[in-house]
Write a protein that binds this ligand. Structure first.
Ligand SMILES: Nc1ncnc2c1ncn2[C@@H]1O[C@H](COP(=O)(O)OP(=O)(O)OP(=O)(O)O)[C@@H](O)[C@H]1O
Length: 320
């Protein structure tokens, strides 16, 4: 396997604030990699360093064989987190314009734009002005703009944010299509479900540091399975069930509790349940759950991916 991207011991400091710490990972050519972490974990900082938009404080980055993303910029497609297209342009013109910035002749850009808009079900909107499109449509147009020059490497910063579930699914399809056509894709998100469905590999980032690198299955395997129990159950009695290594109180409504009982290595849900019923515990509902990527993230980092980790820059640091 050849790496399309390698980060080796990368650090980013903003003044005294250490935003990215000793970050190393690789993305194989032709694969889809999810770069996952809460807001403020350091994803955008890393992406900007990969693209060569800001220098790393230390460490090595190699993308498509170059040591500076700017040298291979025409072979990269980038969807930034802050989005916006010229409101008075038509989608076709906007896409062709962005393609031209990457060396694609305008005529060819327009031709590809019409075809790609058609494929995405936006053929009827291709003559409208950007400001007349819905947010989901505009986001698709922006994604097309960033890949119209057929880049080998596509980097998408929080591409799902602000989209409804239907448009999110459409975007997932587009990302799969890019990889099926041979592109390497790196996308950042704090929503684990997208990565769970899409990625060959995930890199988990928390507070600027890598917490995990591997497949989704490998990430899940680091986490414990658990049994969810609901009823008037004493948490201590639940903790004493065979195979249970820890109990978390999820909710308590007048003594009717939802308890999350983690199962240790080799712990079997059936054994715990049998003991619960034999012991007369008031189990009104139960569910044996495999850990999700979200659970794995919490177990691996101790952080919730939905919680913002941004440290507000001081005036001095922000100005640098
Ligand atoms: N120019 C800057 N000056 C000072 N601090 C910064 C600067 N840019 C980012 N930071 C800080 O670095 C940390 C990481 O920010 P970054 O934008 O890389 O995170 P992120 O994971 O991409 O989150 P988000 O999705 O919210 O952008 C945050 O605490 C942020 O406040």
């Amino acid at each position: 396997m050849t790496a399309a991207l390698t980060l080796d011991g990368v650090n980013k400091r903003y003044g005294h604030f250490h935003a990215v710490r000793d970050l190393s990972f690789q993305v194989e050519k032709g694969s889809i990699c999810g770069f996952l972490g809460p807001n403020g974990a350091g994803k955008t900082s890393t992406i900007r360093m990969i693209l060569g938009l800001q220098p790393a404080t230390s460490g090595r980055i190699e993308i498509l064989g170059a040591d500076d993303g700017r040298r291979v910029r025409n072979r990269i497609g980038f969807l930034p987190e802050e989005r916006g297209l010229y409101k008075k342009m038509t989608p076709v013109d906007a896409i062709a314009f962005f393609g031209s910035l990457k060396g694609l002749p305008m005529g060819e850009g327009r031709k590809r734009a019409r075809q790609m808009l058609e494929e995405q079900g936006l053929g009827a909107s291709s003559r409208k002005k950007m400001k007349e499109l819905s947010k989901g449509m505009a986001q698709k147009v922006q994604l097309i703009s960033s890949v119209v020059h057929r880049p080998e490497f596509v980097i998408l910063d929080e591409p799902f944010s602000g989209l409804d579930p239907v448009n999110q699914q459409g975007l997932e399809q587009m990302i799969r299509g890019l990889a099926a056509d041979g592109a390497t894709v790196l996308f950042s998100t704090h929503v684990m479900q997208h990565a769970e469905r899409l990625c060959d590999k995930v890199v988990l980032l928390a507070r600027g540091q890598k917490a995990f690198e591997g497949t989704v299955a490998e990430a899940r395997a680091t986490s414990r399975r658990f049994l969810e129990l609901e009823g008037a159950i004493d948490p201590a009695a639940c903790a004493a069930l065979p195979g249970v290594t820890g109990v978390e109180l999820v909710s308590d409504r007048d003594g009717v509790r939802v308890l999350k009982a983690a199962l240790g290595q080799g712990g079997r849900g059936q054994d715990a349940l049998k003991a619960a019923f034999l012991g007369g515990l008031d189990v009104r509902r139960f569910e044996l759950r495999e850990p999700s990527l979200h659970d794995a993230f919490i177990d691996l980092t101790g952080d919730n991916p939905d919680q913002d980790q941004s440290v507000k820059p001081t005036g001095v640091e922000a100005a640098r």
